[in-house]
Design a binder for this molecule. Structure first.
Ligand SMILES: [Zn+2]
Ligand SMILES: [Zn+2]
Length: 330
């Protein structure tokens, strides 16, 4: 039996997910072609070892009638000797020589870092030239491929499931929307529910790695997406003003206020009394929205067509400038 060969191969996360064919260069012992493995020059034959008479062992008689068997020194236990100069010149009597060889190995999808893949019969040829019987049936060793899977910048995994953390803009998390996320098969769009928080998850079934043990084709793990809301560490003056307005609107009493929004309310109250344009909404039963508009105009500089969208549509009117701010401030 020949020796096993162990080699290491490095593959990418993607290759581990999909499976890959890898060419691996090894230098195994192969049967010597010159002597076809018997280790002898053409025309020469091994002869029975004279020291041990072909047994490979020598028996020593000790004092007291003991016998002790030991390996024959002359033939190293093979029981045969090679005539002087009778060894095969190519393999020096080994019967096997090292030869560079490329083995194409099919690495299955779903393989994990640290796994060993056994390729039968791609190991060393046994050194048959040393064997007692060079014609005995021999077996090649095996090739073991030790697989290292490189970590991926985007994905991690849990078994056949692929894990991905998706950053969601704060506003998308609040309003809901759709974001693009990478998968093993390219980008896909994923809905973000209104009010999504960090740690909320969605699962895309069947979009993970191939299952290693799967008997049926097309059996895959899942892609598990975890949302992480991207919180701004810094707010511009406009952004802070808007968020403070939101805090007021949502009745948040605990949020810090630094933008002095009260002045807009006062201005609005004053405007209502004098009957200026700012009071229009108030008259329609939207008390308290005037100051919002006032503040809004102050932020965006939009003192434009407040009446164009018509009566009873003030809610839509409020939606419009919010969208505008998203693109304007970015
Ligand atoms: Zn040879
Ligand atoms: Zn011997």
């Amino acid at each position: 039996m020949g020796e096993n060969i162990e080699v290491q191969t490095n593959i990418s996360f993607m290759d581990a997910a999909k499976g890959v064919q890898k060419d691996i260069v090894i230098t195994p012992l192969v049967q010597c072609k010159t002597c076809t493995g018997n280790g002898m020059k053409k025309g020469t034959t091994k002869s029975k070892c004279a020291s041990c008479e072909g047994t490979g062992t020598r028996v020593h008689f000790m004092q007291g009638g003991f016998q002790m068997a030991s390996t024959c020194n002359t033939c190293s236990g093979t029981g045969t000797t090679v005539p002087r100069g009778g060894e095969c010149g190519t393999c020096r009597g080994n019967g096997a020589v090292r030869e560079r060889k490329t083995v194409t190995v099919d690495i299955p999808g779903g393989v994990e870092d640290g796994m060993r893949l056994r390729v039968m019969g791609e190991g060393d040829h046994p050194p048959t030239g040393q064997a007692t019987n060079p014609n005995a049936k021999t077996e090649q060793g095996d090739l073991y491929v030790f697989i290292r899977v490189a970590p991926d910048a985007k994905f991690s995994r849990s078994g056949s499931d692929v894990l991905y953390t998706a950053s969601v803009p704060l506003t998308t998390a609040i309003l809901g929307g759709e974001i693009k996320i990478p998968t093993l098969d390219g980008d896909v769009k994923v809905k973000v529910a209104t009010g999504t928080g960090t740690g909320d998850k969605v699962t895309l079934p069947g979009m993970g790695m191939k299952k290693l043990q799967a008997r049926r084709a097309g059996s895959n793990g899942d892609l598990r997406v975890e949302f992480k809301v991207a919180m701004p560490k810094y707010l511009s003056v406009n952004q802070r003003t808007i968020i403070e307005m939101l805090a007021d609107e949502m009745g948040d009493a605990t949020a810090k206020r630094v933008m002095n929004l009260g002045k807009y309310k006062e201005e609005d109250a004053a405007a209502s009394k004098t009957g200026s344009a700012g009071s229009a909404a108030g008259k329609e039963g939207h008390e308290g929205e005037g100051w919002l508009k006032n503040a809004w105009h102050n932020i965006t500089g939009q003192h434009d067509h407040p009446e164009q969208s018509g009566q009873g549509k003030s809610e839509e009117k409020d939606e419009e400038p919010k969208k505008a701010s998203g693109s304007g401030s970015g």
